[in-house]
Write a protein that binds this ligand. Sequence first.
Ligand code: HAM
Length: 419
Amino acid sequence: MKHTRPKGTRDFLPPESARKQRAEAVFRRCAELYGFQEAVTPTFEHTEVFVKSSGVTSDVVTKEMYTFKDRSERELTLRPEGTPGLVRAILENGLRIPCRLYYVGPMFRYNRPQKGRYREFYQLGVESFGEAGPEVDAEVIALGAEFFGALGIRDCETQVNSIGCRACRPQYHEQLKRFLTERSSELCPECRTRMEQNPLRTFDCKNETCQAILGNAPKPKDNLCSACAEHFQAVLAALRARDVKFALNDRMVRGLDYYSRTAFEYISRTIGAQDSLGGGGRYDYLVEDFGGPATPAVGFALGEERALLAAEQSDKPVVSRRLVFVIAMSDGERAAAGELLAELRKAGVPAQMDYDHRKPKAQFRSADNAGAQYCAILGERELAQGLVSLKDLTTGEQQELKRTELLARLAGQQMADSR
Ligand code: HAM
């Protein structure tokens, strides 16, 4: 029987796994430069954690959650996003606020798989808890843009909007609802429901007629209270001061229910229909809604697969791990080869050898299969003279080096690569 992976999942194998690892390393470095520290939370939570936060009117909660009962009848859900679990974790563990956390890990959404959209996908996210200033919004937005830049992604547009707060939104919702009600016969059935439950969600609709109608609808950013308007202008000024290029998008409201004030998204022009490389915003009420103290918060999550897709054209070549394959020309050199292998590893150089007593030719083949850059060859003559022949498999060049010289050179290269 042949086994296949479940629909919407993928395997990351070499060399793609090395690209993934590199993207995560770049992300960790960027996030840590801005003072974020890693948080690891479970991949599943009690279902209500998501229902309470992502929102009962969001597509994520209504259509996309992997929800199940465990053997003790607990209602659990594979996390569709990272934010709610982090809010739960800071409160449950009594973390001191303000705090800045980042995360890297798989998320799960039951949606229709297509290019850039999976049922299991990886997010790279940051969340700042307890910082209210508009400079923080700008800093978080800048961090995401910096990450894409570091990956060599040039065609990414940062879109920004403000969707107001609990003071100004109810009035705006009423206004939008009135506008939509007058045109309800032209709206798609789903938007008619959205209009009743959460009119803001109609902006997410892909239907062309709905989109055309919404083109003339009152926009959140034109209906902000003075505090929200001031905050938004300060975010934009801080972005300009940081030289972050952005575009205003007054129809972007984000698909989750917890946002307030700043909303932003990173849009790619080259990866196809699923063009959102990442998104985020402020969510100043979520911690309180979870039973915690009033805590302003802002963050984002970036789609790792989409970032890798966008980086494909501009990818700086992934530095191979400079694997060295130690080759014993005959059984007489095997013990010495084993010692050299241990010395290489001790010096921080990835190394491997054959233990199946294969002929030299087969060992060279194994080195190639393993993706080694070098073969360190030990024959009878090399052994007698305290030498090693080093063959670079990428250029075909071969030279004889003293053992100590070989170790110093390869360890030096390894250090330079990891910088
Ligand atoms: P989101 O917009 O739902 O926000 O997802 C963020 C990013 O995850 C998307 O822009 C996209 O790149 C990626 N993504 C989402 N669904 C899929 C999928 N099915 N396949 C591949 N990639 C996908 C959030 O998740 C919020 N938690 C972001 C946030 C953090 N807001 C504040 N803090």
